[in-house]
Ligand binder design. Structure first.
Ligand SMILES: [Zn+2]
Ligand SMILES: [Zn+2]
Length: 182
């Protein structure tokens, strides 16, 4: 494991949130889609189930993407803004099937703020351990999805939103074949 377990969960979840904007069509367009996302990512806490909540989450998605592609100083600044915006107060908590981990917002804080804060807390670890290089954009030519490389040898290049890795392997195979035939 590169980071603490809850940090890795938070980072994977942040990448999944950002990548909902890369799906065609956008996979976070309706409240029903938001419900599915919240359930899949196991976000606990309060919900308002309205358009304002959806809009706020979609805005947060953009804020997180900006951090993903920022340089170190800018990323630190943006993470601090998120934490300040949520008046983050880190607390160790234990709930459901989860052992001790950090929450920095209360369950009553709005969903978008809880999502942003959880991501920000994960990004704190990434930045202070000088691992920002692990936040990447998919290497496939036609894909702008983000990924978090949690591999030991920093070898991950493709997102997991579709089959970018497979497509790249097939293309490389075709190029090799074409080369050997020539
Ligand atoms: Zn929790
Ligand atoms: Zn991709």
């Amino acid at each position: 494991m590169i980071f603490a377990y809850d940090t890795e969960v938070a980072l994977v979840s942040a990448a999944a949130l950002i990548n909902t904007a890369e799906a065609t069509p956008d996979s976070l367009s309706t409240l029903a889609e938001l419900d599915v996302f919240v359930q899949e990512q196991q976000f606990s806490g309060s919900r308002t189930h309205d358009e304002a909540e959806l809009r706020a989450v979609r805005r947060m998605r953009g804020q997180l993407r900006a951090i993903w592609t920022a340089g170190e100083d800018e990323a630190a600044e943006l993470v601090n803004q998120l934490l300040a915006q949520a008046k983050a107060l880190p607390q160790l908590v234990k709930h459901d099937q989860w052992d001790w981990h950090l929450h920095a917002t209360t369950p009553a804080a709005p969903l978008a703020l809880r999502m942003g804060t959880e991501a920000a807390m994960g990004l704190v670890d990434v930045i202070r351990s000088k691992e920002l290089e692990r936040l990447r954009i998919c290497a496939a030519d036609d894909c702008e999805a983000v990924l978090i490389d949690l591999s030991k040898n920093r070898s991950r290049r493709y997102c997991d939103t579709g089959n970018c890795g497979n497509r790249a392997n097939v293309a490389a195979y075709r190029r090799r074949k074409a080369g050997s035939a020539a």
